[in-house]
Ligand binder design. Structure first.
Ligand SMILES: Nc1ncnc2c1ncn2[C@@H]1O[C@H](COP(=O)(O)OP(=O)(O)OP(=O)(O)O)[C@@H](O)[C@H]1O
Ligand SMILES: [Mg+2]
Length: 281
């Protein structure tokens, strides 16, 4: 079974329980202690979230870029990662789209930001097999470890591909990534009809696997929100106990196509109004 490498920060909590009677243990105690002081002073722990969605095209990249843009505007060092990107034959990779909206997103080396990219627009497992390749989850974990080791990085957003039950290998699906990385998820869903069903099913699947869920983001919210959209928020929160952190309005596509900076301004203005998002850091 795959697991992440052991992290020294967890030792910190066990240190006071070590018996200091013998000289030998005393020496070990200080070795651990010194290391943790060094770790605590030299490196800020990175907050990390898995941005998933109720399906493809729901707005994971827009939400990822919006969260990144919000925290960058607050002076934080933020980066993004997309472990598997498919369909690059037809559309711009998500990392590139987010960077074009918010150039302040810290750029990771290409192999770290996106260890696997395939031309065919399908699940990563199928897109890889089209190229007669397979995906190695260890490479994805290594890329994540490299990303969170970036000096001074404070927030890392990891965007999934499609929804949660999307095959990556014969044995792994997208939903396994937040478990393997041991990070909470943020679920992006469309604000309109059908959302309650898709959202609650996705939340149930994550809860079953003991994945922490930081919240839901509803995208393409009409302005002003109608009775349906308001009821969606209330129903999702009531039945799942998971907060709706933010809603993103539908931004004019003309702004998107011709002027990414204007689109980004609209998105950032919207994200700034969503006070619950500030709890993410
Ligand atoms: N709030 C919005 N206003 C205007 N356009 C939007 C909005 N949200 C998404 N879009 C557009 O819809 C398309 C799909 O959005 P996005 O790429 O964020 O979806 P996704 O869930 O990341 O898809 P994928 O599964 O391919 O990663 C993009 O062209 C994006 O610009
Ligand atoms: Mg995307």
């Amino acid at each position: 079974m795959l697991s992440r490498p052991f992290q020294f920060k967890s030792i910190y909590f066990f240190v006071p329980a070590i018996n200091l009677n013998s000289q030998d243990t005393y020496f070990k105690y200080f070795q651990f202690f010194d290391f943790n002081i060094f770790w605590g002073m030299g490196q800020i722990p990175v907050k990390s979230y898995f941005i998933t969605g109720t399906g493809t095209d729901v707005g994971k990249t827009i939400a990822t870029a919006g969260i990144a843009g919000l925290f960058i505007s607050l002076g934080r060092k933020v980066s993004i990662m997309k472990p598997c990107q498919t369909g690059i034959q037809y559309s711009e990779p998500d990392i590139a789209m987010a960077h074009s909206l918010f150039p302040g997103i810290f750029e990771l080396p290409a192999g770290t930001a996106c260890p696997y990219a395939f031309p065919y627009p399908a699940s990563p497992a199928l897109a890889a097999s089209h190229q007669k390749k397979t995906i190695d989850m260890r490479k994805i974990i290594k890329a994540y470890e490299a990303a969170i080791s970036t000096e001074g990085l404070e927030l890392l957003l990891v965007e999934g591909a499609g929804g949660l039950m999307v095959p990556i290998t014969e044995n792994h699906m997208m939903i396994d990534i937040p478990k393997l990385f041991d990070i909470p998820a943020i679920l992006v869903a469309d604000a309109g009809l059908g959302t309650v069903n898709h959202t609650l099913l996705s939340i149930e699947a994550m809860k079953k696997r003991k994945i922490k869920i930081a919240g839901v983001i509803l995208n393409r919210m009409p302005s002003p929100a109608g009775a349906l959209e308001k009821d969606n928020i209330r129903t999702i929160e009531k039945y799942s106990g998971v907060p709706v952190l933010a809603s993103i309005s539908r931004i004019s596509p003309e702004l998107n196509l011709s002027k990414p900076a204007n689109f980004a301004d609209c998105l950032l203005a919207r994200m700034r109004k969503q006070k619950k998002l500030l709890k993410l850091m």
